[in-house]
Each structure stands twice: as structure tokens, then as C-alpha cells.
Design a protein around this ligand. Structure first.
Ligand code: GAL
Length: 650
């Protein structure tokens, strides 16, 4: 079996219970597991006292996995540290904004700048690489666990931030200019005066977010240096999550050999599971697009989580369906957190393949067995590509800048929801979407680019897109785009800044609409709502008005425009509408751009169709059966509630 099936295996919690470990290995075989992630939180087992190392237990574990024909994803344990380390070197603990140092507790909360933490983590990683680099079970390094961009205001972090600023701006004069510090008398006369806790200096806070992300990536590089040196043949990943955890994952993805992510959808908590399916699909597509190739679903729960407030049991079929959804979107694995439920600690009620009952005769275990069987028959999709003709554009920096901005309409910014709207329409139509950032790339792969609410725009973006549009691309821009440059300074001339020449218009003013003030416009004879933001635009002569506002003093002014450019076109939507609008609008744009769905037949609501390589996955996210005909031959597909079928492309 080529796809991976496995779990986070906390073997070290059961070292004194050989009968439990024996059962684990028997159960792994029964569930057709071929990989285990090991050692994620094992620092205190490896090094119970400073400088005293114990690896025998991991030797035994890796040998045993190998004997059973399984692979190991071996973690480096920096996600949580032993108490002796925090006690001997308190500088490894983060300092909060008021200058208080944390106590030793929890995990994922070390200082990323601390030289001693870097040294201790690298030392241990070096020993792991030396000892296990050639172990036949070792397939992949899993570096640390779920890094995050949480802030630390300790002395070394502040010094590092100030040096980072010096590198970026060279002089205080430039920094003051770029941060527009004359506002409220915020001018800095010395680097040491800079303390990144002032939301009134937007540029500073954006730089602090960037620095924190970069410092985390730098910490990761320090951790991986010994692995790269000793085991250049072994690929490296770190498990992403979120996605909004204060990290620029597009930048981070360049540093890993394979993207992996932890997937915890909240099934059965919405009025329809389709809502959850769309959100989850979006995330799979986001992580796949980061490297433009297959990824790993490093974690998912085989049953319930214990940290989401309410986590209902997965209804029959849901586990298999959610696992197949990951594969359909490009995952090469279905992996779980966790293999065996722990008896103590914060996660003792988190679901596991083997629960406290320790039985293979449970619904969860049997679900996992079934996934193991399914994966066995899917060798043909391993490493197979998911091709997308549509790109949905989002930048983490854009999200940070939108969050920082105090706008006339700040209560309903809803950036993530605005990305979901067009995504959902495409999902329903069986059209695959890549979710990409604005860094230079081969845009030529796409026929349609959707870039809603691109508030922060790098100067080079219009130059990247112009030739692509001229060659026949269709670009869709919206309100709240092109407001600020990458220093968070507003563009002189106003929005949409450098995108103005592409769209052929300027924004004169933007109305802020309260939830009660719903305006409207007509597109192709149908009336659609205009909400929250309404740009009053000034189109140039090349820009055609396609739809106008129906209401208010700006009735008759353009709300949707199209500017033809070479063989392509640039659309501008001046307001926020709803999914009915996006559905009508994107049907037309996909038709103009020649974007084809995965299959020619109509897809019923709640059913998702994805193509990966030559395999077509048809998935029903309803709890009830759905039957529909495919093609003119009268052939009918029947999907049970939460059922799916795997077809071969003709
Ligand atoms: C993940 C984490 C795991 C475990 C899991 C529980 O975010 O990486 O260690 O805590 O959540 O759902």
C-alpha cells in the first residue's frame, strides 16, 4: 500500500506495560496501518536530566515498527520541554507584553530567539539524526509540533526585532517615514524606544507580525540544520494547523520538503455538513497549493476531539468520508491523533484509535479498519496531481493588515468568509481551485484568478498579472483592494492603488453599510444584495459598466465593471454580495475563461466531485441517500448517507 495510514503513537506513555504495547502492534496490523508518528513529546524521556540521554526505548520502538513492515515519522521533541530545562534556563520561557515571564507549563510556548533553547534542541536533534539517520524505519522527520506565531517580549526577542528592523530600513529616518510616525507624535529617535505593542502604529504591528513569523521559521531552520547535515536523504516536514496562527505558511512551506497539516473539522455542528465539508476542502486545497503537490494529513481525530467545546460522535460513514475527502484533495495519507488514548493529562478524553476500553471491537476501531481497506485500493492516486484552472488569491500579510485596519466599516470585515463564498460556488460545481499567495509564480497555469479583498498589494503584483491578462486570463477583483502597500501606507491616489490601471478605475469613496442597510443591484436580470461595503467608482473610458447600484444617492453608478485588456479581462465588483450572485457571476466567468468542471454531469447539492490524476471521487455529505444520473446513457449513481464512490476518469 502506497498511501500512508497511521497515527501519533505515544508509546513512551506505556513503557511499563508490555501487554499494552503488544496489543498496539497487533491492532496496527488489523487496521492496516503502515506508519506511526513517534517521539513528538518525548524530550523528558530522551533526556530526563540535563546531559543524561536514554534512547533504548526509541531503539526498541523503531526496530519493532520495522519488523512489522511499518515506517516511522520521527519527531523532534522541541514542542514541549522537560521541567529541568525551564528551571535551569528560565530564559527559554516566553515573556508577555507587560514583561512577565511565564512559568513552566503547557507546550508550544518556548521563546524562539533564546540561544540556549536553540542549542539544546539542536543538540538533541543531532543525536537523533546520528542514531536513527540510517534506520530502515525512518521515512520522514516531523520537526517540532504545530509551531505558532505567539509573541514573546523578552530582551533577546526585542533586540532581534530591532536588528531585523535595522536590516529592513537601514535608518530611523526611513523607518519613521514608512511607519508614518509623525501621526500622534510617535517618531522614534532611537532603535531602543521601539516596543511592538502599539496598535496605533499599524506599520510597526505589521512588521512585528512578519518578524514573529520569520523568527519562527528561523527557529525551524536552526532545528533542522543537524538533520539536513546528517541525513540529507530524509525529507522533513512540520505539521501546519490553523491556518491563522500568526505564521506566513506560504513562506514556511518553502522550507519543508512536504507540507503536512492537522485537520480537525467540526462535523455535525452546523445546520448542514456541507458547510463543514466546504471549509475543510478549502483548507486541503490551501495546503496542497503551497507546494503545488501532494501533502500529508498528519493528524485528524478518529472519533471526537476534546477541545472544540462540543465534538459530536462522527455519524456512521463520516469518518471514512472525511478521510477520503483528504485523499481526493491531494493528501498522501490519513493519519490520526492519537493511536491510544492517554490515561491522564489534558487530552485524556481526546478520541483515539484505541480508547480507554482498549478494544478492537469498537465502532471507532472498525471505522479505522475500513479506512485501511479503502486506502489499500488507492495506490493509483499516490502522488497523483490535482489540477486546477482557477486560483483564489490570499496572503497572510493581507489578513494581518486587514485585521489591523480601523475602517469606516470594521465590524463586518469577514475576510475569510469572503474567500469562502466564491470557493463554495466552485466546490459545488466540481471545479478545483488552488489557493495561492501573491508572490511571483507561474500564473499561466490558471485561466481564472479570483482575488477578493486584496487590501495590501505589493508593488510588483500588477506587473505580474498584466501579461497574464493580456494573454487571455480573467481576473476578478473586489472592493477593499489596493488600499495599502507592504508598509501599510495608503497608496497616494487611493484605492485600488497599483491595481487601478489593470481594472481601469479609481475608487472615489466607499460607503459603509450597517447590517440593516442592504442595497441592491441587478446582474443579468436578477436582483442581488449589496452589503457592508459599497465603492463609488470612477471608471476610465476603457472600463465597461456591467451593473449599477439600484439604490441610494449613488443609484446608477457602476457596481460591476469589466475592462478588456489584450485577450483577457479584469472584473471589479464594488460591493459585497451573496452566494447567489457569485454563483451566477462565476458561471459566466468560468464559461468565458473555459474553466471546466471535473465531470460533465450536474452535481446535486451536498455532493462533492473531485478529480485527482485519473481518479474521480464522488462524495455525499448528506446523512441520507442521494441518487442521480450521470450522462445521457441513463446510468445512475447511488450514494448512501455520508457515502462515496471512486470512479475512473473516462
Ligand atoms: C493537535 C496537536 C496534537 C494534539 C491534537 C489534539 O493540534 O498537534 O498534539 O494536541 O491537536 O486534537
Amino acid at each position: 500500500m502506497k498511501l500512508w495510514h497511521g497515527a501519533d503513537y505515544n508509546y513512551e506513555q506505556w513503557l511499563d506495560r508490555p501487554e499494552v504495547l503488544n496489543q498496539d502492534f497487533a491492532a496496527m496490523k488489523a487496521a492496516n496501518c503502515n506508519v506511526m508518528t513517534v517521539g513528538v513529546f518525548s524530550w523528558a524521556n530522551y533526556e530526563p536530566r540535563e546531559g543524561e540521554f536514554h534512547f533504548e526505548w526509541m531503539d526498541t520502538l523503531l526496530d519493532r515498527l520495522h519488523r512489522q513492515g511499518m515506517k516511522a515519522i520521527l519527531a523532534t521533541p522541541s514542542g514541549a520541554r522537560p521541567a529541568w530545562l525551564s528551571t535551569a534556563y528560565p530564559e527559554v520561557l516566553r515573556v508577555d507584553v507587560l514583561g512577565h515571564r511565564a512559568h513552566h507549563s503547557g507546550r508550544h510556548n518556548h521563546c524562539r530567539t533564546s540561544p540556549i533553547y536553540r542549542e539544546k534542541a539542536a543538540q538533541l536533534n543531532d543525536r537523533l539524526a546520528e542514531r536513527y539517520g540510517n534506520h530502515p524505519a525512518l521515512a520522514l522527520w516531523h520537526v517540532s509540533n504545530e509551531y505558532n506565531g505567539g509573541s514573546c517580549y523578552c530582551g533577546p526577542c526585542l533586540t532581534a526585532f530591532r536588528s531585523w528592523l535595522q536590516e529592513r530600513y537601514k535608518t530611523l529616518e526611513v523607518l519613521n517615514q514608512k511607519w508614518w510616525t509623525t501621526f500622534w507624535s510617535h517618531r522614534f529617535s532611537s532603535w531602543d524606544e521601539i516596543y511592538p505593542d502599539d496598535s496605533s502604529v499599524n506599520g510597526m504591528m505589521l512588521d512585528w507580525a512578519r518578524f514573529t513569523s520569520e523568527q519562527t521559521i528561523d527557529f525551524y531552520r536552526a532545528e533542522t540544520a543537524p538533520l539536513r547535515r546528517r541525513t540529507p536523504q530524509v525529507p522533513i516536514t512540520t505539521n501546519f494547523h490553523g491556518p491563522h496562527v500568526g505564521l506566513d505558511y506560504f513562506a514556511f512551506a518553502k522550507e519543508v520538503d512536504v507540507v503536512s497539516w492537522d485537520n480537525y473539522p467540526t462535523w455535525h455542528t452546523q445546520e448542514s455538513d456541507t458547510i463543514t465539508a466546504v471549509k475543510t476542502a478549502f483548507l486541503h486545497d490551501l495546503y496542497r497549493s503551497m507546494k503545488g503537490k501532494s501533502f500529508l494529513m498528519m493528524e485528524s481525530t478518529p472519533s471526537q476531539t476534546n477541545w472544540q467545546g462540543i465534538s459530536p460522535l462522527k455519524r456512521p460513514g463520516m469518518h471514512k468520508l472525511a478521510s477520503i475527502q483528504a485523499i481526493a484533495h491531494g493528501s498522501n495519507s490519513v493519519q490520526y491523533f492519537q493511536w491510544r488514548q492517554s490515561r491522564g493529562g489534558e487530552e485524556k478524553f481526546h478520541g483515539a484509535v484505541l480508547s480507554h476500553q482498549s478494544s478492537m471491537n469498537t465502532r471507532t476501531f472498525q471505522d479505522v479498519v475500513q479506512v485501511g481497506h479503502e486506502l489499500q485500493n488507492l495506490d493509483s492516486v499516490y502522488e497523483a496531481a490535482v489540477e486546477s484552472e482557477v486560483a483564489l488569491v490570499t496572503d497572510f500579510e493581507n489578513k494581518w493588515a486587514i485585521d489591523l485596519a480601523q475602517l469606516p466599516q470594521s465590524t463586518d470585515k469577514r475576510y475569510e468568509e469572503e474567500l469562502q463564498l466564491p470557493y463554495e460556488v466552485l466546490w459545488k460545481r466540481g471545479i478545483s481551485t488552488d489557493i495561492v499567495d501573491t508572490r511571483p509564480r507561474d500564473w499561466g497555469r490558471f485561466k481564472l484568478i479570483l482575488a477578493p479583498m486584496l487590501y495590501l498589494v505589493r508593488e510588483d503584483l500588477a506587473d505580474q498579472w498584466k501579461p497574464w491578462v493580456e494573454q487571455g486570463g480573467t481576473l476578478v477583483l473586489t472592493y477593499l483592494s489596493g488600499y495599502v502597500d507592504d508598509n501599510d501606507l495608503c497608496f497616494e491616489g487611493g484605492a485600488p492603488g497599483p491595481l487601478s490601471s489593470l481594472a481601469g478605475l479609481r475608487v472615489e469613496e466607499t460607503d459603509a453599510l450597517s447590517p440593516q442597510m442592504v442595497q441592491s443591484f441587478h446582474y443579468r436580470g436578477n436582483r442581488f444584495p449589496a452589503r457592508h461595503y459599497a465603492d463609488l467608482i470612477l471608471p476610465t473610458a476603457e472600463c465597461e459598466t456591467v451593473a449599477v447600484y439600484d439604490h441610494e444617492f449613488y443609484s446608477g453608478r457602476p457596481v460591476l465593471t469589466c475592462r478588456k485588456l489584450g485577450k483577457g479581462s479584469v472584473w471589479y465588483l464594488a460591493t459585497r454580495s451573496d452566494s447567489a450572485f457569485w454563483s451566477a457571476f462565476l458561471a459566466d466567468r468560468c464559461a468565458d475563461a473555459g474553466v471546466a468542471p471535473a465531470v460533465p454531469w450536474p452535481i446535486p447539492e451536498g455532493v462533492s466531485v473531485r478529480r485527482r490524476g485519473n481518479t474521480i471521487f464522488v462524495m455525499n455529505f448528506h446523512p441520507h441517500e442521494v441518487a442521480f444520473s450521470i450522462g445521457s446513457g441513463g446510468e445512475v449513481i447511488k450514494l448512501s448517507g455520508y457515502g462515496f464512490q471512486v470512479l475512473q476518469a473516462p
